[in-house]
Write a protein that binds this ligand. Sequence first.
Ligand code: AMP
Length: 440
Amino acid sequence: MNFAKLGLIEPLLRTLQQLDYTTPTPVQAKAIPAVLAGRDLMAAAQTGTGKTAGFALPVLQRLALEGEKVAANSIRALVLVPTRELAEQVHNNVREYAENLPLSTYAVYGGVSINPQMMRLRRGVDLLVATPGRLLDLFRQNAVKFNQVQTLVLDEADRMLDLGFAEELQSVYAALPRKRQTLLFSATFSEQIRMLAGLALNDPLSIEVSPRNAAAASVKQWLVPVDKKRKADLFCHLLRKQRWTQVLVFAKTRNGVDQLVERLLAEGVNADGIHGDRPQATRQRALDTFKAREVQVLVATDVAARGLDIDDLPLVVNLDLPIVAEDYVHRIGRTGRAGNKGEAISLVCADEVQMLSAIEVLTRQTLARHEEPDFIPEHRVPMTDASGQVVKKPKKPKKPKENSAKRGLGRWMDSGEPEPAVKAVRKVPSFNGGPRKRKP
Ligand code: AMP
């Protein structure tokens, strides 16, 4: 299979040759002809397997071959993404792919001055990448019009369709032309989102590059059980012992990010952090220096979980497990990209057992456990497996009271029969979504 067979035109084939893309990835092989044919799409493929080119190449081709010249303050294709860093990255990719085509591309997102964005939009833009909040600001100030939009892409579609973005997305939808092509791309789609998404699509083609809800198979995953209060100690210990060269760490809260960064800096480790409270310029600089390997450890909230493409990143560590199981797939998908190998390690405490179970159910695998000798937890992490069972340790029998026999408890105590196992087996739901904060 090669790109020419998929129906791409010569200027795009030339670009792909320059980029050294010789063979389409499975999601590209399926998505490109369908998008060129004008179909609506719901496409699921593992993290790091080339989804961006999967939608960007055919959308650019359609923009080059079809439709009217872009008018002032108008756009012809809109790509919505959940984070500012992702807007920047997707736009960089799109700009590269459009190099040999007479098309304009641009990105708008919050946290930076709106004026230059308004100025640039005056000339019109063929393909705009945007985060929803800033896009609506621009729309309400008449800086951008949607009447020429022929294609809408939701990248990280399940995140765009969940509650955090629902209101903004509704407002964007209401302003878009009804007759348009809509493309949804993500590595994860829950059944709930799948149904919701289907309603907004016209006779959609569903593309699924198996397995569903999974990071690339090239990511080796395991966990270390540990007490909650010793997680930072364990991370620092493993960093030194395993001589980790470059690691992306996910923490649950902004505070958790700051605390670990402070601790690492105090220990002489070159570390930086990304979360929603930090100014955009600082966030982008932290990411850029990490990508350039000038920073050894980048600690982040889930704001960095989705889509970011960090060349050859060898390792992701979950200092805390994510509350939403799907985010686990996205977090660890920052490693093992474009066919490379990667490793993902989760430091799990007893409180997180339900999250662990939900992750194992979603990804249909039981994570291997490796205990670290000096960090064996006092609070045991119950055993879990991919069926959603949490097996608590048999409880020790209570000391019988004198009159226990009268209450029927004395039979096995007195008779020498084995103690009946008090094995608590509980089903946990595979989908633990719910209202989420907008900016992690
Ligand atoms: P994405 O999943 O879109 O973020 O892409 C993951 C990585 O794979 C990026 O670094 C892309 O540049 C790269 N990539 C995408 N498609 C191809 C391809 N067909 N051949 C080689 N590399 C690719």
